[in-house]
Each structure stands twice: as structure tokens, then as C-alpha cells.
Design a protein around this ligand. Structure first.
Ligand SMILES: C[S@@+](CC[C@H](N)C(=O)[O-])C[C@H]1O[C@@H](n2cnc3c(N)ncnc32)[C@H](O)[C@@H]1O
Length: 174
């Protein structure tokens, strides 16, 4: 699988590829050696909800404001219907999970699986590690989220970021 997006040299996404990662779904892998400090991804959020106002009620309207092409990209992302999400829907939206239209369930499941702040087309394919080799930060000048490798990477290595805390997790989960 190839990341598909216009890049124009602002980052080095030609050095990465999407591949199956054992037991983690899709992941992002180095196609070549990548020196420490390389910006592998710079992108605007695909779906952004004002962080002050993130409630599940705001996710579907934010999805509906996307262009048809953006909606198509969003719907390709990994989804995960966790029980906690269903409880949160009951609390936040005032409906049971089954009462929601199928598309809304999919949009919310994708958000739950992929949002670290925002949902990203490329960045949200990077799996988690508590010892990550990629750092991400919002770049005010570019107005984009940027992802840099924080050590030298060998061709074939999986790229990882830290987006869940390590508390109460087993060593293998980490
Ligand atoms: C942001 S997405 C990462 C990309 C995703 N693997 C995919 O197929 O598109 C987060 C999801 O990936 C999986 N994941 C990420 N890091 C993982 C890890 N260290 N171990 C197991 N699953 C992981 C989980 O299913 C999680 O909900």
C-alpha cells in the first residue's frame, strides 16, 4: 500500500510505506534508511474538532463538512468499536449505539481509533509504541502537523509514535 497525497518536497513521505504490521493492523514502515531528524510527514488534519469542544456530538458534523474526497479518505481509516465508545455515545449523544445510523457508527469508531488530537490521513496510520522513533508536533509556520524521526532508522523498520500513556499496560502492550 502506498501513501497517496501530493507532497512537493516539504517532507519525505517517499521514504515510507503502509504495510500490515503483525497484530496491529496497518503500520508505517521505512522503505530506506532514514537519518535522524528527517521530517517524514507534514500534513493538515483530515478531521479536526476544536479541542475545547470535543464531544461525540461534534464529530459527525465535522465529518459532514469534509469534501467528498476527504470523506472517502477518512472512511478508509482503521475503525475500532470499543465498549467505552458506546457508553460515551449514550452519555454524550443520548442514543444507544444501535440507534445511530451505520455511517455515524463508522465515523465515530474511526475517530476513536485514530484521533490523537485530530485525525490524520498519513499520521494516523502510525502505530503506538512507548519507545517511539517518531515525534509529532504542530508547526505554526507550516500550519501543519509534522512528524520527524528521532533516531536513525533502518530500511524495513516500523515507525512508531507515542499516543497512549504507558500506565496500567502490560509490557507486551507497550
Ligand atoms: C492510529 S491507528 C494506527 C494505524 C492502524 N494500525 C491502522 O490499521 O490503520 C490506532 C490503532 O492501531 C492499533 N495499534 C496501534 N498501536 C498498536 C500497538 N502498539 N499494539 C497493537 N495495536 C496497535 C490499534 O488497533 C489502534 O486502535
Amino acid at each position: 500500500m502506498k501513501p497517496r497525497r501530493e507532497t512537493r518536497g516539504k517532507h519525505a513521505d517517499h521514504l515510507i510505506e503502509f504495510k500490515e504490521s503483525p497484530q496491529k493492523g496497518v503500520g508505517v514502515f521505512a522503505k530506506a534508511n532514514i537519518p535522524r531528524g528527517t521530517r517524514i510527514i507534514s500534513e493538515q488534519a483530515l478531521l479536526k474538532v476544536d479541542l475545547e469542544a470535543v464531544t461525540l456530538k461534534n464529530i459527525v458534523p465535522a465529518f459532514e463538512r469534509l469534501s467528498p474526497a476527504q470523506q472517502e479518505s477518512y472512511l478508509q481509516l482503521h475503525e475500532y468499536e470499543r465498549d467505552l465508545l458506546k457508553v460515551a455515545v449514550r452519555y454524550d449523544v443520548g442514543k444507544s449505539w444501535q440507534e445511530l445510523p451505520e455511517l455515524h457508527r463508522k465515523v465515530l469508531s474511526i475517530y476513536a481509533a485514530n484521533a490523537f488530537g485530530c485525525v490524520f490521513f498519513l499520521g494516523s496510520r502510525i502505530n503506538h509504541s512507548c519507545i517511539p522513533n517518531v515525534n509529532f508536533v504542530y508547526n505554526e509556520l507550516l500550519k501543519e502537523e509534522t512528524f520527524h524521526v528521532i533516531r536513525d532508522i533502518m530500511a524495513g523498520e516500523e515507525l512508531t509514535v507515542m499516543y497512549i500513556d504507558g500506565i496500567n499496560r502490560t509490557q507486551s502492550q507497550r
